[in-house]
Design a protein around this ligand. Structure first.
Ligand SMILES: Cc1cc2nc3c(=O)[nH]c(=O)nc-3n(C[C@H](O)[C@H](O)[C@H](O)COP(=O)(O)OP(=O)(O)OC[C@H]3O[C@@H](n4cnc5c(N)ncnc54)[C@H](O)[C@@H]3O)c2cc1C
Length: 356
């Protein structure tokens, strides 16, 4: 059995298997490029100076050891479903049962002359290195964030907190926090305004030239670097493998979380396409419990459980000052209590998965 990616769902599955004493087949492994899993929920708090690096990353070796898996530090670049093999950097691995939980990457503007560094919010290790360079910069950088969802909002506030001389602009191709209650977006705009963060909404940046951002032919902004906190894109190897995928390249799965038409491949988290899901850690964590049941059942030839996406999910958006904005079932709130609630949930997740 090979697990690819230490995403939220696989972390939950490993923890549940260890708790239940289930032993994976001999030779099973987790493949991940980093020996730590960075927890996105706490990443803005790290940038805002509220958490240390150690508090935000889960060491994978102890988790794998406890679950009876080898940890392979590598990344998957191709999948051959006929041969049941994975192409890694400088090696290949065969599987009998595969599970994919490799997340997503933010989208970039379609045309760029390379005049502005593009800094994707993920992977986090790379993003943190860029942040450290901005901290050391002598002159005041002007940073722009592309994206208008919760991650872009949280990153804007936390960067402003840790880089006070910074000039920051958030550019979104739709209204801020579209899909959330309008009241939440209004609260978010007020927060950004108070911190002198400029917000440009309904501008789709599709071209970068001479250090400037353009929406079609219109000049929008001049910036020193562009942080990508845009919607999720799929990795190219999903599309290149003989797997069913949606038009954006995400792996289509059935309600058992098996790749459509494949009994030997599971997938979960941001990399999947399934009606009713959202691409967020909250959904991936829930899918982890289904994987934890279904993978052992599939290996024993037993009936599989169906995953039902939650109809509503709680959104808690950190405001970099220990507080948070909250929305649930159309209701919104803000303040220190919401922040304490978010911290409690995040720290609980970390406590459960940090074995050393
Ligand atoms: C700044 C920020 C804050 C966020 N805050 C929240 C929040 O508070 N709540 C929330 O619900 N969501 C939040 N999100 C969204 C959340 O991060 C994602 O939806 C979630 O991480 C998806 O989890 P996942 O299980 O799909 O995989 P991920 O947690 O993204 O993990 C994927 C893993 O796969 C590994 N990997 C990637 N490619 C390969 C490969 N080719 N081979 C092997 N391994 C690979 C990666 O190294 C990583 O370890 C935030 C996102 C950002 C950017």
């Amino acid at each position: 059995m090979l697990l690819v990616g230490a995403g939220h769902a696989h972390l939950v599955a490993l923890r549940q298997w260890t708790r239940r004493g289930w032993q994976p087949p001999a030779g099973s492994a987790l493949i991940n490029p980093d020996d730590h899993a960075w927890y996105s929920g706490m990443m803005p708090g790290l940038l805002a100076g509220r958490f240390s690096r150690e508090e935000c990353a889960i060491p994978l070796e102890p988790l794998c050891e406890a679950a009876g898996l080898e940890l392979i530090l590598n990344r998957v670049d191709a999948l051959d479903t006929e041969d049941r093999s994975l192409q890694l950097w400088q090696s290949t691995r065969n599987y009998e049962l595969l599970s994919v939980n490799t997340g997503s990457t933010p989208a970039s503007p379609t045309e760029s002359d390379g005049s502005i560094p593009l800094v994707p919010a993920k992977p986090f290790r790379g993003f943190i290195s860029a942040w450290e360079q901005w901290q050391q910069a002598r002159s005041t950088p002007h940073l722009a964030i592309l994206g208008g969802g919760p991650a872009a909002f949280e990153l804007a506030l936390s960067l402003q907190q840790s880089l006070p001389r910074l000039r920051m602009t958030l550019v979104s191709d739709r209204p801020l926090l579209a899909g959330h209650p309008k009241k939440l977006a209004s609260k978010a705009r007020r927060f950004l305004h108070r911190k002198d963060i400029t917000v440009i909404e309904n501008h789709h940046i599709d071209r970068i030239a001479d250090g400037r951002l353009y929406a079609k032919e219109d000049f929008v902004l001049k910036t020193d670097a562009l942080i990508l906190a845009t919607g999720a894109t799929a990795q190219s190897w999903y599309r290149e493998a003989a797997l069913e995928h949606d038009p954006s390249g995400f792996i289509r799965v059935d309600s058992t979380l098996q790749a459509s038409g494949r009994a030997d491949i599971f997938a979960a988290g941001d990399c999947i396409s399934l009606p009713g899901i959202q691409r967020s850690g909250v959904y991936s964590v829930r899918q982890g419990s289904t994987l934890a049941r279904n993978i052992p059942a599939a290996l024993k030839g037993k009936a599989l459980r169906k995953y039902q996406p939650q109809a509503q999910s709680l959104a808690l958006l950190a405001t970099a000052d220990g507080g948070a904005l909250m929305s649930y079932r159309g209701r919104t709130a803000q303040g220190r209590l919401c922040g304490l609630w978010k911290d409690w949930l995040d720290r609980r997740f970390m406590r459960r998965h940090r074995l050393r």
